[in-house]
Design a protein. Structure first.
Lengths: 178, 456
């Protein structure tokens, strides 16, 4: 083994069940800085990796409320303040007529927040990431399941962690170059 | 109750499929160097029709909308008919991707991607019409509220302004939803393509997606939230479109049944279009293992159900015309049934009400060619419906002195054919460059995906 610093160690599994139990064993063994990579969302991993609830719903709520107020505010300001126009004696502030547009701006702002928020919380776009240095990692978007223990973990030790991963019955354990 | 034998239902996807086979099957359509002959011919025809569209628009810009058949009293002709038809078609895509996701109907996973693409392209075609109908399309930005030197603002009490907001929001949210759904599959294409340029292009679009469990968690939340937002949105869009009519006072338009009846009609025509597209696609690309009979049957059932709601709408229209005692309403429905456009009305009743009743039979629901023909009949029927609503209501309203006839000109037809070409051309390009079935969502519903853990 070379002594160059590495990002972490990665184990490759055949099926989701093996990955979930491996992730659980790694957490039980005290590893904290670890991540799993799968070709589709595996819900059981949330609990196995002890993932916290994310803040996206709150962000989207804020976005939606903002969109609603902004849309309605625009309608009120233009129709009642900036450009009041008497159309058949209707009130300048026509609450019912303002609902459809305010509704649409609510949805638009909330949806944009949902997408940008998802990307921001995930730190995307991120064109480079060390895990891509592992050649077989290309299969993470096809049919293989990966568990990576990062070198930044306090319990990480190149030899011992590698041995630990080997014991979980993976297809292969490889080092992830920095 | 005999619960011994579960009802025989074909599986959602072919049980022989695996993560690898699904990935290879779908991505190879995009990554292979060769296009099937059908694709080349189809794209050629669609592209020619798109050129016809450009020509028609060019001529329109030079001459003005006088080249169309619209005139007093029928100021809304093919432009509005086609606008409503196209936007209705789009609704099935959102319904499949959003509402069926919230209802956890996993069978949608095979058809949601191209149904969403269909939505986008249909909305693009729909959006052209009102803009061209403005007369001076180059001033279309006047529709949006922006500070201008004229000191003017849009009239927010008008349904036509609501429509601008509804349709542009719908287009934007559909695009976002579609793109978010594509990200993991773009990563798959990035990892599997051999060509350097393709790898680079898909890599940029995938934004460095690596399938991390932490990312998937946020991603799933995002999809569910978008679905939750798109569901009321899709209902609102066709409701607002129906307000364009229902808020007016013309007999035949001024009806409270319009919003629900328009939304049901939109879903009806959209599912018909999904079926029209899915049947040839699965045949040409050999996707029968992924888009199975189960999908076609389910879509047929949705068509039957929404078709019945639409039929109810026609009945209520006729009933209210009689029950209201309003002579103009009565004349309107009588004129529809026996007037100069009676042929269209009865053809619409045949296409939308009578023909789909055959779907009650499971034999019909199992026959692919019959389903294909039926889906085209419904598409035509829904187009006729919009024609009848728009034209027959306008051409003979309150005063016989202001009656007239509407006859579409060759430019009306060429623009319509052109948008069909644009729609098809965009769809052909989509099939060639992006995975038409959501790969990661199919992996999710394979039997392999089940996590089995030893119980502690």
């Amino acid at each position: 083994m070379t002594s160059k610093p590495i990002y972490g160690l990665m184990a490759e599994f055949d099926n989701p069940s093996a990955l979930v139990s491996a992730a659980r064993s790694a957490r039980n063994a005290g590893y904290r800085k670890l991540d799993a990579y799968t070709p589709y969302p595996v819900e059981e991993l949330h609990e196995a990796l002890n993932l916290h609830k994310n803040k996206l719903p709150l962000l989207v709520l804020i976005g939606g409320v903002f969109g609603c107020l902004a849309g309605y505010g625009l309608e009120y300001w233009t129709s009642a303040v900036a450009y009041p126009l008497n159309i058949g004696g209707r009130p300048f502030h026509s609450i019912l007529s303002f609902i459809p547009v305010a509704f649409e701006t609510t949805i638009l702002a909330a949806a944009v927040t949902a997408v940008l928020g998802m990307l921001a919380l995930n730190g995307l776009p991120m064109p480079y990431h060390p895990v891509f240095n592992v050649e077989r990692f290309a299969l993470a978007s096809r049919n293989r399941f990966f568990l990576c223990i990062e070198a930044a973990d306090p319990k990480f030790d190149r030899e011992r962690t590698a041995k630990f991963l080997e014991e979980l019955g993976p297809r292969e354990v490889s080092e992830v170059a920095e | 109750m005999s619960a011994a034998t579960p009802p025989l239902q074909p599986p959602i996807v072919d049980p022989a499929q695996t993560f690898g086979s699904v990935t290879d099957k779908i991505s190879s359509i995009v990554l292979s160097k060769k296009s099937p002959l059908v694709w080349l011919v189809g794209f050629g025809i669609a592209f020619s029709l798109t050129m016809l569209l450009l020509y028609s628009i060019g001529y329109l810009l030079v001459k003005g909308i006088g080249i169309w058949g619209v005139n007093v009293p029928v100021g809304w002709g093919f432009d509005i008919v086609n606008f409503v038809w196209w936007i209705g078609i789009g609704h099935a895509g959102t319904l499949i991707s959003a509402i069926l996701l919230l209802l956890r109907q996993t069978w949608r996973n095979s058809i949601n991607r191209f149904a969403e693409a269909m939505t986008l392209f249909a909305v693009a075609c729909a959006g052209l019409y009102p803009v061209l109908h403005l007369g001076r399309p180059w001033l279309m930005y006047w529709l949006f509220p922006y500070p201008n030197t004229m000191g003017l603002w849009p009239q927010f009490r008008s349904p036509l302004v609501w429509d601008v907001f509804a349709v542009s929001t719908y287009a934007s949210v559909s695009l976002l939803f579609w793109f978010v759904g594509l990200i993991p599959d773009l990563a798959t294409l990035r990892d599997r393509s051999q060509h350097r340029f393709a790898r680079f292009a898909y890599g940029i679009l995938a934004m460095g997606w690596r399938g991390s469990a932490r990312h998937w968690q946020v991603y799933d939340t995002c999809s569910l939230l978008l679905a939750g937002l798109a569901t009321p949105l899709v209902v609102s869009v066709h409701t607002v479109v129906s307000f364009d009519f229902a808020v007016g006072l013309i007999p035949g338009w001024h009806a409270t049944i319009f919003p629900p009846y328009f939304v049901a009609g939109a879903i009806y025509s959209g599912f018909a279009m999904v079926m029209t597209l899915a049947i040839p696609l699965r045949k040409i690309y050999g996707l029968e293992g992924l888009i199975t009979m189960r999908h076609l049957q389910n879509m047929a059932k949705v068509m039957l159900a929404t078709g019945l709601i639409v039929a109810y709408g026609y009945m209520v229209e006729a009933f209210m015309a009689w029950y209201s005692g309003n002579p103009y309403e009565r004349f309107m429905i009588w004129n529809r049934m026996t007037g100069p456009y009676a042929m269209g009305y009865w053809a619409l009743i045949f296409c939308n009400v009578i023909a789909p009743q055959t779907l009650w039979s499971s034999k019909i629901r199992n026959s692919v060619p019959v389903l294909f023909v039926l889906s085209i009949i419904v598409n035509i029927g829904m187009w006729l419906e919009r024609f009848i609503i728009v034209v027959t209501s306008l051409h003979r309203d309150f005063l016989p002195s202001s009656w007239g006839m509407y006859r579409p000109t060759v430019w009306d037809w060429s623009t319509f054919a052109g948008t069909i070409g644009l729609f098809a051309a965009l769809l052909f390009l989509f099939i060639r460059f992006l995975p038409m079935i959501s790969i990661f969502e199919i992996r999710q519903i394979l039997p392999q995906a089940e996590v089995t853990e030893p119980q502690k």
